[in-house]
Design a protein around this ligand. Structure first.
Ligand code: SF4
Length: 362
């Protein structure tokens, strides 16, 4: 057993999650309303509270759940909505994630790592569109210069100036790093370091990550420990919904958050909630084993809003465009309860766009 295997047992306790879920069904309306009232105090919820809300199916209580989420969102963020643009600098990858078109053995995808000149051109396009925040994304493999490729890309983007402005914040979504690499990354003045566990359920994790470094669940799970030890205290976590039961994943996210809060005194800055979508050369992406429909998706976002009120929730336009547009439009009406979007990851299909084929984050 490796050090990280041993450590990951302290972060995610599957036995506890299953026990809480077993106990969560059938709460009466009084209990649910007590939880919703508690959530309005903006102090967050326990794992048991989250499980109880996840079990709601009564339409009246669902309406009250969405109304509470709206209250919390408006109380803390008002009408604030933050947009940022993904910039894929490379789709080179050594891993075999069965849900992703970038996986190493998928020969149907053309591989590409942008040159610094191309990255600068992409950056200028985004600045021209008014963007000041970028999410830099790369697969888990770099051109011959190695990890310095990422550092140079960040430096290149921050150096861009135009009459339209500049990029002020570069969030980074790249594979787990060593402690020393995280220290180098910290030195580049990034915004948020994002890394999604994809699924916290170990058996599922091993079934869908069949090759490359990403097979190592513990190495990935403990990446945020190394990032924070390196001084990066602005981190984002997430799950790829559809791989395993969303109720389990929500409780696991809560366990991860509590672990980071206890160890470092601060939890993640953001939680991302992508859903599995079709990807070239992936059967599992075409037919998710645990599909999340739009109602459950709304429940996930609403419950997370109540459970961790001060953590940003990132939604991607990779999710069904229409549904997101609807969410956004309805957000503006007075009687819609689901007002809890903090960030919206916006997609720009560009000349070198690698976006459409990547179905998870590093
Ligand atoms: S999800 Fe990320 S690590 Fe996995 S194959 Fe795709 S690009 Fe590579």
């Amino acid at each position: 057993m490796s050090d990280t295997d041993e450590q990951d047992g302290f972060v995610i306790n599957e036995k506890d999650i299953h026990a809480i879920l077993m106990d969560s069904a059938g709460h009466d309306a009084i209990v649910i309303r007590d939880i919703l009232n508690k959530s309005r105090e903006l102090k967050g919820l326990s794992l048991k509270d989250v499980a109880a809300l996840a079990a709601i199916s009564d339409p009246e209580l669902l309406g009250e759940l969405f109304a509470a989420a709206r209250y919390v969102k408006e109380s803390i963020y008002g009408r604030r909505l933050v947009l940022f643009a993904p910039l894929y600098i490379s789709n080179l990858c050594k891993n075999e994630c069965t849900y992703c078109a970038f996986r190493a053995r998928n020969t149907t995808v053309k591989r590409r790592a942008l040159t610094m000149e191309e990255i600068a051109r992409e950056g200028m396009v985004l600045i021209g569109q008014g963007h000041k925040r970028v999410l830099l994304v790369a697969g888990e493999s770099y051109p011959s210069e190695g990890f310095s490729y990422v550092l140079r890309a960040i430096e290149t983007l921050y150096s861009l100036k135009s009459k339209n402005g500049e990029i002020r914040r570069i969030n980074v979504n790249i594979a787990p790093l060593t402690l020393d690499e995280f220290k180098e990354l910290k030195g580049t003045n990034i915004g948020t370091y994002q890394l999604f566990q994809e699924t916290y359920h170990r058996e599922t994790y091993h079934a869908v990550h069949v090759g490359g470094k990403k097979k190592d669940y513990g190495w990935r799970l403990t990446a945020m420990d190394r990032a924070m030890e390196a001084g990066i205290d602005d981190v984002g976590i997430g799950v790829l919904f559809g791989l395993f039961d969303w109720r389990f994943e929500m409780l696991a996210i809560m366990q991860h958050i509590r672990y980071l809060e206890e160890k470092f005194g601060v939890g993640p800055h953001t939680i991302s909630v992508p859903r599995l979508e079709p990807a070239v050369g992936s059967d599992i992406a075409a037919q998710p084993p645990h599909p999340v429909d739009d109602l459950d998706f709304r429940k996930i976002v609403a419950i997370m809003r109540l459970a961790v009120p001060y953590t940003g929730i990132i939604m991607s336009t990779r999710s069904r465009q229409l549904f997101l547009t609807l969410l956004y439009l309805l957000r503006r009406t007075a009687n819609f309860g689901c007002i809890h979007i903090f960030c919206l990851l916006i997609l720009f299909l560009k000349s070198y766009s690698l976006y459409g084929n990547h179905k998870a984050h590093m």
